[in-house]
Design a protein around this ligand. Sequence first.
Ligand code: SIN
Ligand code: CO
Length: 378
Amino acid sequence: MENDHPIALLGGLTPAQFMRRHWQKKPLLVRAAVPGFAPPLSRTELFALAADDAVESRLLVRDGARWRLRHGPMPRRALPPLSRPGWTLLLQGVDLHVQAARALLDSFRFVPEARLDDLMISYASDGGGVGPHVDSYDVFLLQASGRRRWQIARQRDTSLVPGLPLKILRNFEPEQEWVLEPGDMLYLPPGWGHDGVALGGDCVTCSIGMRAPGREELARSVLQRTLDETEAPESDALYRDPLQPATDAPGRIPPALLAFANDAVARLVGDASSLACALGEVLSEPKPRVSFDPNETAAMGGGIVLDRRSRMLYDDARIYLNGESYLASGRDAKLMRSLADRRALGATETKRLSPEAHRLIEEWARAGWLHGAADEGG
Ligand code: SIN
Ligand code: CO
Protein backbone atom coordinates (compact mmCIF):
# COMPACT_ATOMS: atom_id res chain seq x y z
CA MET A 1 0.00 0.00 0.00
CA GLU A 2 1.21 3.47 -0.91
CA ASN A 3 1.16 5.25 2.43
CA ASP A 4 2.73 8.43 1.12
CA HIS A 5 0.20 9.12 -1.62
CA PRO A 6 -2.81 11.36 -0.95
CA ILE A 7 -6.07 9.42 -1.25
CA ALA A 8 -9.65 10.60 -1.73
CA LEU A 9 -10.76 8.16 0.99
CA LEU A 10 -8.91 10.33 3.51
CA GLY A 11 -9.85 13.67 1.96
CA GLY A 12 -6.52 14.10 0.17
CA LEU A 13 -4.39 13.16 3.16
CA THR A 14 -1.90 10.37 2.78
CA PRO A 15 -2.49 7.36 5.04
CA ALA A 16 0.74 8.36 6.83
CA GLN A 17 -0.60 11.89 7.49
CA PHE A 18 -3.98 10.58 8.58
CA MET A 19 -2.39 8.21 11.10
CA ARG A 20 -0.16 10.96 12.47
CA ARG A 21 -2.79 13.69 12.72
CA HIS A 22 -6.13 12.00 13.29
CA TRP A 23 -5.85 8.34 14.28
CA GLN A 24 -6.86 8.03 17.95
CA LYS A 25 -6.60 11.83 18.18
CA LYS A 26 -9.26 13.83 16.39
CA PRO A 27 -12.24 13.44 14.05
CA LEU A 28 -12.03 13.91 10.30
CA LEU A 29 -14.89 14.67 7.95
CA VAL A 30 -14.30 13.65 4.35
CA ARG A 31 -16.62 14.76 1.58
CA ALA A 32 -16.76 12.33 -1.38
CA ALA A 33 -14.41 9.86 0.32
CA VAL A 34 -15.68 7.25 -2.11
CA PRO A 35 -17.02 9.16 -5.13
CA GLY A 36 -20.01 7.41 -6.70
CA PHE A 37 -20.11 4.97 -3.79
CA ALA A 38 -22.53 2.11 -4.30
CA PRO A 39 -23.67 0.25 -1.18
CA PRO A 40 -22.02 -3.19 -0.98
CA LEU A 41 -25.49 -4.73 -0.99
CA SER A 42 -29.04 -3.84 -1.92
CA ARG A 43 -31.87 -3.30 0.55
CA THR A 44 -33.33 -6.70 -0.33
CA GLU A 45 -29.95 -8.38 0.28
CA LEU A 46 -29.59 -6.49 3.55
CA PHE A 47 -32.97 -7.68 4.81
CA ALA A 48 -32.17 -11.22 3.67
CA LEU A 49 -28.94 -11.15 5.74
CA ALA A 50 -30.93 -9.99 8.76
CA ALA A 51 -33.03 -13.14 8.49
CA ASP A 52 -29.93 -15.37 8.41
CA ASP A 53 -29.03 -16.83 11.80
CA ALA A 54 -25.31 -16.80 10.90
CA VAL A 55 -25.47 -13.00 10.91
CA GLU A 56 -25.50 -10.88 14.05
CA SER A 57 -28.39 -8.45 13.70
CA ARG A 58 -30.33 -6.04 15.90
CA LEU A 59 -33.46 -4.02 15.38
CA LEU A 60 -34.02 -0.79 17.27
CA VAL A 61 -37.37 0.90 17.24
CA ARG A 62 -37.83 4.29 18.79
CA ASP A 63 -41.15 5.45 20.09
CA GLY A 64 -40.70 8.89 21.65
CA ALA A 65 -38.50 8.33 24.71
CA ARG A 66 -39.01 4.56 24.52
CA TRP A 67 -36.58 2.30 22.69
CA ARG A 68 -37.21 -1.33 21.83
CA LEU A 69 -34.30 -3.61 21.00
CA ARG A 70 -34.68 -6.99 19.35
CA HIS A 71 -31.89 -9.38 18.44
CA GLY A 72 -31.97 -11.31 15.15
CA PRO A 73 -32.38 -13.42 13.20
CA MET A 74 -35.05 -11.10 11.87
CA PRO A 75 -37.52 -12.44 9.31
CA ARG A 76 -38.70 -9.78 6.86
CA ARG A 77 -42.12 -9.68 8.55
CA ALA A 78 -40.43 -8.70 11.86
CA LEU A 79 -39.23 -5.45 10.30
CA PRO A 80 -41.51 -2.42 10.60
CA PRO A 81 -42.90 -0.93 7.37
CA LEU A 82 -40.36 1.20 5.51
CA SER A 83 -42.66 4.18 5.85
CA ARG A 84 -42.70 3.97 9.64
CA PRO A 85 -40.20 6.48 11.04
CA GLY A 86 -37.64 5.93 13.80
CA TRP A 87 -36.35 2.41 13.34
CA THR A 88 -32.96 1.05 12.44
CA LEU A 89 -31.58 -2.36 11.59
CA LEU A 90 -27.92 -3.11 12.41
CA LEU A 91 -25.94 -5.91 10.81
CA GLN A 92 -22.58 -6.79 12.31
CA GLY A 93 -19.70 -8.51 10.50
CA VAL A 94 -21.08 -8.11 6.98
CA ASP A 95 -17.51 -8.56 5.64
CA LEU A 96 -17.73 -12.22 6.67
CA HIS A 97 -20.69 -12.81 4.39
CA VAL A 98 -20.38 -10.46 1.44
CA GLN A 99 -17.30 -10.18 -0.77
CA ALA A 100 -17.93 -6.51 -1.63
CA ALA A 101 -18.08 -5.69 2.09
CA ARG A 102 -14.77 -7.44 2.66
CA ALA A 103 -13.31 -5.44 -0.24
CA LEU A 104 -14.50 -2.21 1.39
CA LEU A 105 -12.90 -3.19 4.70
CA ASP A 106 -9.68 -3.92 2.79
CA SER A 107 -9.43 -0.28 1.67
CA PHE A 108 -8.71 0.54 5.32
CA ARG A 109 -5.72 -1.76 5.59
CA PHE A 110 -3.36 1.15 6.16
CA VAL A 111 -4.46 0.21 9.69
CA PRO A 112 -2.95 -3.12 10.81
CA GLU A 113 -5.25 -6.07 10.24
CA ALA A 114 -4.93 -6.95 13.93
CA ARG A 115 -6.81 -3.70 14.69
CA LEU A 116 -9.56 -4.08 12.08
CA ASP A 117 -12.73 -5.51 13.49
CA ASP A 118 -15.58 -5.62 11.04
CA LEU A 119 -17.90 -3.84 8.67
CA MET A 120 -21.26 -3.05 10.22
CA ILE A 121 -24.13 -1.87 8.06
CA SER A 122 -27.11 0.02 9.37
CA TYR A 123 -30.40 0.62 7.59
CA ALA A 124 -32.63 3.35 8.97
CA SER A 125 -36.06 4.70 8.19
CA ASP A 126 -36.65 8.45 8.48
CA GLY A 127 -35.41 9.71 11.86
CA GLY A 128 -33.84 6.34 12.71
CA GLY A 129 -30.57 6.00 14.61
CA VAL A 130 -29.05 4.49 17.72
CA GLY A 131 -29.13 7.68 19.79
CA PRO A 132 -26.23 9.72 21.18
CA HIS A 133 -23.48 7.44 22.51
CA VAL A 134 -19.75 6.94 22.77
CA ASP A 135 -17.83 3.98 21.39
CA SER A 136 -14.64 2.55 22.84
CA TYR A 137 -13.15 2.00 19.40
CA ASP A 138 -12.19 4.11 16.40
CA VAL A 139 -14.77 4.08 13.62
CA PHE A 140 -15.09 5.26 10.03
CA LEU A 141 -18.73 6.08 9.26
CA LEU A 142 -19.24 5.91 5.53
CA GLN A 143 -22.60 7.02 4.17
CA ALA A 144 -23.77 4.50 1.58
CA SER A 145 -27.22 5.76 0.61
CA GLY A 146 -29.70 8.34 1.82
CA ARG A 147 -28.64 11.14 4.13
CA ARG A 148 -27.67 11.16 7.77
CA ARG A 149 -27.05 14.09 10.10
CA TRP A 150 -24.14 13.49 12.42
CA GLN A 151 -23.66 15.53 15.57
CA ILE A 152 -20.51 15.04 17.59
CA ALA A 153 -19.00 16.27 20.85
CA ARG A 154 -15.87 15.61 22.82
CA GLN A 155 -17.69 13.77 25.60
CA ARG A 156 -16.48 14.13 29.17
CA ASP A 157 -19.73 13.24 30.90
CA THR A 158 -20.35 9.61 30.03
CA SER A 159 -23.38 9.06 32.27
CA LEU A 160 -26.20 7.18 30.58
CA VAL A 161 -29.96 7.38 30.48
CA PRO A 162 -31.04 4.69 32.95
CA GLY A 163 -33.37 1.82 32.14
CA LEU A 164 -32.84 1.64 28.37
CA PRO A 165 -31.90 -1.49 26.41
CA LEU A 166 -28.99 0.42 24.85
CA LYS A 167 -26.36 2.91 25.99
CA ILE A 168 -27.58 6.45 25.41
CA LEU A 169 -25.78 9.50 26.78
CA ARG A 170 -27.78 11.43 29.35
CA ASN A 171 -26.05 14.73 28.59
CA PHE A 172 -25.05 15.08 24.98
CA GLU A 173 -24.32 18.60 23.82
CA PRO A 174 -23.35 18.59 20.15
CA GLU A 175 -20.38 20.77 19.23
CA GLN A 176 -20.30 20.13 15.49
CA GLU A 177 -22.71 18.73 12.96
CA TRP A 178 -22.77 17.74 9.32
CA VAL A 179 -25.20 16.12 6.93
CA LEU A 180 -23.50 13.24 5.15
CA GLU A 181 -24.47 12.34 1.60
CA PRO A 182 -23.64 9.05 -0.12
CA GLY A 183 -19.85 8.66 -0.38
CA ASP A 184 -19.12 11.08 2.51
CA MET A 185 -17.30 9.74 5.55
CA LEU A 186 -16.71 10.72 9.16
CA TYR A 187 -13.81 9.29 11.19
CA LEU A 188 -14.15 9.31 14.98
CA PRO A 189 -11.56 8.31 17.56
CA PRO A 190 -12.73 6.45 20.69
CA GLY A 191 -14.57 8.47 23.31
CA TRP A 192 -16.25 11.05 21.06
CA GLY A 193 -19.96 11.41 21.59
CA HIS A 194 -21.92 11.02 18.37
CA ASP A 195 -25.49 10.85 17.21
CA GLY A 196 -26.48 9.96 13.65
CA VAL A 197 -30.05 10.56 12.60
CA ALA A 198 -31.45 9.49 9.22
CA LEU A 199 -32.85 12.40 7.21
CA GLY A 200 -35.46 10.77 5.01
CA GLY A 201 -35.73 7.01 4.62
CA ASP A 202 -33.49 4.40 3.02
CA CYS A 203 -30.49 5.61 4.99
CA VAL A 204 -27.63 3.14 4.85
CA THR A 205 -24.38 3.71 6.75
CA CYS A 206 -21.31 1.48 6.72
CA SER A 207 -19.24 1.50 9.92
CA ILE A 208 -15.69 0.32 9.53
CA GLY A 209 -14.98 -0.64 13.12
CA MET A 210 -11.73 -1.28 14.93
CA ARG A 211 -10.92 -3.60 17.77
CA ALA A 212 -8.54 -3.03 20.65
CA PRO A 213 -7.85 -5.72 23.17
CA GLY A 214 -8.10 -4.87 26.85
CA ARG A 215 -4.86 -5.31 28.77
CA GLU A 216 -6.16 -7.84 31.22
CA GLU A 217 -8.34 -9.65 28.73
CA LEU A 218 -5.36 -10.01 26.39
CA ALA A 219 -3.10 -11.22 29.19
CA ARG A 220 -5.68 -13.84 30.10
CA SER A 221 -6.15 -15.16 26.60
CA VAL A 222 -2.43 -15.16 25.79
CA LEU A 223 -1.61 -16.96 29.05
CA GLN A 224 -4.44 -19.42 28.54
CA ARG A 225 -3.11 -20.25 25.07
CA THR A 226 0.43 -20.56 26.39
CA LEU A 227 -0.77 -22.94 29.09
CA ASP A 228 -2.83 -24.98 26.62
CA GLU A 229 0.26 -25.41 24.50
CA THR A 230 2.80 -26.07 27.22
CA GLU A 231 2.98 -29.80 27.52
CA ALA A 232 3.33 -31.11 31.05
CA PRO A 233 7.04 -31.92 31.22
CA GLU A 234 7.94 -35.56 31.65
CA SER A 235 10.20 -34.80 34.55
CA ASP A 236 9.20 -31.56 36.24
CA ALA A 237 11.73 -29.81 38.49
CA LEU A 238 10.49 -30.52 42.01
CA TYR A 239 10.81 -28.11 44.91
CA ARG A 240 13.84 -29.03 47.04
CA ASP A 241 14.66 -27.71 50.52
CA PRO A 242 17.78 -29.33 51.90
CA LEU A 243 18.32 -26.29 54.12
CA GLN A 244 14.81 -26.31 55.67
CA PRO A 245 15.30 -26.14 59.44
CA ALA A 246 12.96 -27.81 61.92
CA THR A 247 9.93 -25.53 62.31
CA ASP A 248 7.82 -24.62 65.32
CA ALA A 249 5.28 -22.97 62.99
CA PRO A 250 4.36 -25.87 60.69
CA GLY A 251 1.33 -24.01 59.32
CA ARG A 252 3.41 -21.26 57.72
CA ILE A 253 4.17 -21.55 53.99
CA PRO A 254 7.96 -21.63 53.65
CA PRO A 255 9.15 -18.35 52.02
CA ALA A 256 11.42 -20.46 49.78
CA LEU A 257 8.33 -22.18 48.40
CA LEU A 258 6.83 -18.81 47.52
CA ALA A 259 10.08 -17.84 45.79
CA PHE A 260 9.96 -21.17 43.92
CA ALA A 261 6.41 -20.42 42.73
CA ASN A 262 7.40 -16.91 41.63
CA ASP A 263 10.31 -18.28 39.67
CA ALA A 264 8.13 -20.98 38.08
CA VAL A 265 5.58 -18.40 36.86
CA ALA A 266 8.31 -16.03 35.66
CA ARG A 267 9.83 -18.82 33.58
CA LEU A 268 6.49 -19.57 32.01
CA VAL A 269 5.65 -15.99 31.08
CA GLY A 270 9.27 -15.07 30.40
CA ASP A 271 9.42 -17.25 27.30
CA ALA A 272 9.07 -14.48 24.71
CA SER A 273 8.80 -16.90 21.83
CA SER A 274 5.82 -18.83 23.21
CA LEU A 275 4.11 -15.60 24.22
CA ALA A 276 4.54 -14.21 20.70
CA CYS A 277 3.19 -17.45 19.29
CA ALA A 278 0.18 -17.42 21.60
CA LEU A 279 -0.51 -13.76 20.74
CA GLY A 280 -0.47 -14.48 17.00
CA GLU A 281 -2.83 -17.41 17.46
CA VAL A 282 -5.19 -15.39 19.65
CA LEU A 283 -5.26 -12.41 17.27
CA SER A 284 -5.84 -14.53 14.17
CA GLU A 285 -8.61 -16.56 15.78
CA PRO A 286 -11.82 -16.27 13.74
CA LYS A 287 -14.86 -14.83 15.51
CA PRO A 288 -17.10 -17.33 17.31
CA ARG A 289 -19.79 -17.58 14.62
CA VAL A 290 -17.40 -18.00 11.70
CA SER A 291 -17.44 -21.26 9.80
CA PHE A 292 -15.61 -21.99 6.55
CA ASP A 293 -16.79 -24.01 3.57
CA PRO A 294 -14.43 -26.97 3.27
CA ASN A 295 -13.59 -27.96 -0.27
CA GLU A 296 -12.22 -31.49 -0.48
CA THR A 297 -11.62 -31.28 -4.19
CA ALA A 298 -9.78 -27.94 -4.16
CA ALA A 299 -7.26 -28.13 -6.99
CA MET A 300 -4.60 -25.48 -6.78
CA GLY A 301 -3.01 -24.22 -9.95
CA GLY A 302 -2.38 -20.51 -10.49
CA GLY A 303 -2.59 -17.78 -7.87
CA ILE A 304 -4.37 -17.86 -4.53
CA VAL A 305 -6.65 -15.54 -2.54
CA LEU A 306 -7.53 -15.72 1.13
CA ASP A 307 -11.13 -16.46 1.92
CA ARG A 308 -12.93 -13.31 3.10
CA ARG A 309 -13.32 -14.88 6.57
CA SER A 310 -9.64 -15.75 6.98
CA ARG A 311 -7.43 -13.81 9.38
CA MET A 312 -3.77 -14.05 8.45
CA LEU A 313 -1.00 -12.33 10.42
CA TYR A 314 2.71 -12.80 10.96
CA ASP A 315 5.68 -11.79 13.09
CA ASP A 316 9.42 -12.32 12.69
CA ALA A 317 9.24 -16.04 13.34
CA ARG A 318 5.82 -17.31 12.41
CA ILE A 319 2.77 -17.09 10.19
CA TYR A 320 -0.66 -17.20 11.81
CA LEU A 321 -3.79 -18.25 10.03
CA ASN A 322 -7.18 -18.62 11.70
CA GLY A 323 -5.76 -19.37 15.12
CA GLU A 324 -2.99 -21.74 13.94
CA SER A 325 0.71 -20.96 13.89
CA TYR A 326 3.41 -22.06 11.45
CA LEU A 327 7.15 -21.52 11.69
CA ALA A 328 8.42 -20.02 8.48
CA SER A 329 11.77 -18.87 7.20
CA GLY A 330 13.56 -17.89 4.01
CA ARG A 331 11.65 -17.56 0.76
CA ASP A 332 8.51 -19.28 2.08
CA ALA A 333 8.29 -16.77 4.93
CA LYS A 334 8.63 -13.89 2.49
CA LEU A 335 5.90 -15.22 0.23
CA MET A 336 3.58 -16.10 3.11
CA ARG A 337 3.98 -12.60 4.56
CA SER A 338 3.13 -11.20 1.21
CA LEU A 339 -0.01 -13.37 1.20
CA ALA A 340 -0.92 -11.99 4.65
CA ASP A 341 -0.29 -8.38 3.58
CA ARG A 342 -2.13 -8.53 0.25
CA ARG A 343 -4.53 -11.38 0.97
CA ALA A 344 -3.50 -12.83 -2.39
CA LEU A 345 -0.50 -14.27 -4.23
CA GLY A 346 0.02 -14.29 -7.99
CA ALA A 347 0.58 -17.51 -9.93
CA THR A 348 4.33 -16.89 -10.32
CA GLU A 349 4.79 -16.24 -6.63
CA THR A 350 2.71 -19.25 -5.66
CA LYS A 351 4.94 -21.44 -7.86
CA ARG A 352 8.01 -20.30 -5.93
CA LEU A 353 6.74 -21.78 -2.66
CA SER A 354 8.55 -24.90 -1.42
CA PRO A 355 6.82 -28.31 -1.70
CA GLU A 356 6.09 -28.18 2.06
CA ALA A 357 4.47 -24.77 1.72
CA HIS A 358 2.49 -26.07 -1.27
CA ARG A 359 1.17 -28.88 0.86
CA LEU A 360 0.05 -26.32 3.44
CA ILE A 361 -1.65 -24.22 0.78
CA GLU A 362 -3.53 -27.29 -0.39
CA GLU A 363 -4.52 -28.14 3.14
CA TRP A 364 -5.77 -24.57 3.67
CA ALA A 365 -7.68 -24.72 0.39
CA ARG A 366 -9.40 -27.92 1.51
CA ALA A 367 -10.30 -26.21 4.79
CA GLY A 368 -11.84 -23.35 2.78
CA TRP A 369 -9.32 -20.84 4.21
CA LEU A 370 -8.15 -19.83 0.74
CA HIS A 371 -9.12 -20.39 -2.85
CA GLY A 372 -7.65 -20.53 -6.34
CA ALA A 373 -7.47 -16.97 -7.66
CA ALA A 374 -9.98 -17.61 -10.42
CA ASP A 375 -12.55 -19.01 -8.00
CA GLU A 376 -13.04 -16.72 -5.03
CA GLY A 377 -15.28 -19.23 -3.35
CA GLY A 378 -18.53 -17.22 -3.38
C1 SIN B 1 -25.39 3.72 12.82
O1 SIN B 1 -24.89 3.38 11.75
O2 SIN B 1 -26.59 4.02 12.93
C2 SIN B 1 -24.59 3.80 14.08
C3 SIN B 1 -23.13 3.70 13.91
C4 SIN B 1 -22.40 4.26 15.12
O3 SIN B 1 -22.85 5.19 15.73
O4 SIN B 1 -21.31 3.79 15.48
CO1 CO C 1 -21.14 4.71 17.38
